[in-house]
Design a protein around this ligand. Structure first.
Ligand SMILES: [Zn+2]
Ligand SMILES: [Zn+2]
Length: 191
């Protein structure tokens, strides 16, 4: 689907919904729709509010209520991650899975036919399936590198500390030897 036709289709869906629900046809909702259709990736309500054009600011509650409608109309897909609701464009986008970095929160789309197959064939007794999205949690390469570096530093420090400890033991041995020598001199500890 071409980008313009997706935009037209999304506008038509929203217009139909607003008319059907006898809601006020405010320009804010369409302005938010425009921003949502252009956004890449996964964003919170706060992010989306920040993406609004400077000459067309909208209130946080308006963004919240509009995103609820867009989710209901399947124009966007919502993800509840780490207690934050993140939205991504769904209209004109193939359904997909995600992998998420638990350290920095980076979300990456994942298209995987094997996961589709497994989810599609999963047995769900007394439950009719509609959709399945997989989330794979782990660490991105950047965070993994930072964590490895930290681990290495800790290990180095541990080794450094151990050497100090060993030095202390060595000093104690030396002191004891000296003490024994002194005792010998005064005639204690002979034989
Ligand atoms: Zn990360
Ligand atoms: Zn996605």
């Amino acid at each position: 689907m071409a980008k313009d036709s997706i935009r037209e289709e999304a506008k038509a869906i929203l217009t139909h919904h607003i008319e059907e629900k006898k809601m006020r046809k405010t320009p804010e909702r369409f302005s938010i729709l425009d921003v949502v259709l252009d956004m890449k990736g996964h964003h919170s309500v706060e992010d989306i509010q920040g993406m609004m054009p400077d000459d067309f600011p909208v209130s946080r509650p308006t963004v919240y209520s509009t995103m609820d409608i867009l989710e209901e109309l399947k124009i966007v897909q919502a993800h509840q991650l780490n207690g934050i609701k993140l939205y991504e464009r769904a209209i004109g986008v193939k359904p997909h899975h995600h992998y998420i970095c638990t350290s920095c929160g980076m979300i990456t789309d994942l298209v995987d036919k094997q996961i589709d197959y497994v989810l599609g064939n999963a047995k769900t007794p007394r439950f009719s399936k509609e959709a399945g999205i997989a989330y794979i949690f782990g660490l991105c390469s950047k965070c993994k590198a930072v964590i490895n570096k930290k681990k290495k530093k800790e290990e180095k420090e541990r080794l450094a500390n151990m050497t100090r400890e060993e030095k202390r033991f060595a000093q104690i041995d030396k002191d004891l030897a000296n003490m024994a020598e002194e005792l010998k001199k005064v005639g204690i500890g002979k034989d």
